[in-house]
Write a protein that binds this ligand. Structure first.
Ligand code: GRF
Length: 184
């Protein structure tokens, strides 16, 4: 039985690319959606022949109106799960009540919810950094955790190095979380 996912992204789409290359063949990315017409992930989806749709949030007066359009777009696509991989939008209940989705967040939630999580986590007194994959709920970065993984900060850690560690954990955990939900 093939499972179908829709991936939402706003930027480079390196996590989208990682999903393209690392998900097992019984999980298909049936569509990718972005709110940014210049997102690097668009090319990556095109190269993998994944239909990609651009829905610009700037074309909407209110957050709810954008979310309603996004929900309609997603509901027109047959899918089992929606994956937010670097989708940089705060979602309203119009989205969270209608769409079953998971999100990737670059910190050990509940620490460092919201924007600039990597920088805040790096600059903090916390001894560890890490990442979380969680269910999307009405509370920003507040839904039930699916998977988390951490690493100890080095004494000579640079932000660049810290980001690389975060990224490699993201590449490891997001596909695992999707498999756990859809195949177990
Ligand atoms: C990731 O670090 C994700 O956790 C954060 O945005 C980044 C997305 O990177 N929310 P990419 O677009 O997948 O390269």
């Amino acid at each position: 039985m093939i499972k179908k996912i829709v991936v939402l992204f706003s930027g480079e789409g390196s996590n989208l690319q990682n999903l393209i290359t690392s998900l097992p063949c019984n999980i298909n990315i049936v569509a990718a959606i972005t709110n940014k017409p210049d997102a690097g992930g668009i090319q990556k989806a095109n190269r993998a022949n994944i239909p990609v749709y651009v829905l610009e949030h700037t074309g909407f007066d209110a957050r709810e109106a954008f979310d309603d359009a996004l929900v309609s777009m997603i509901q027109d696509i047959e899918h089992d799960l929606v994956v937010l991989a670097g989708f940089m939008r705060i979602l309203t209940p119009h989205f969270t009540k209608n769409i079953k989705s998971i999100n990737l967040h670059p910190s050990l939630l509940p620490l460092f919810k919201g924007a600039k999580a990597i920088e805040r986590s790096f600059e903090s007194e916390e001894k560890k950094g890490g990442i979380s994959v969680h269910w999307v709920s009405e509370e920003l970065d507040g839904g039930t955790i699916i998977l988390q993984k951490s690493f100890l900060k080095n004494s000579d850690e640079t932000l660049d190095n810290f980001k690389k560690k975060i990224q490699s954990l993201e590449y490891e955990l997001l596909p695992l979380a999707i498999e756990k939900i859809l195949l177990e």
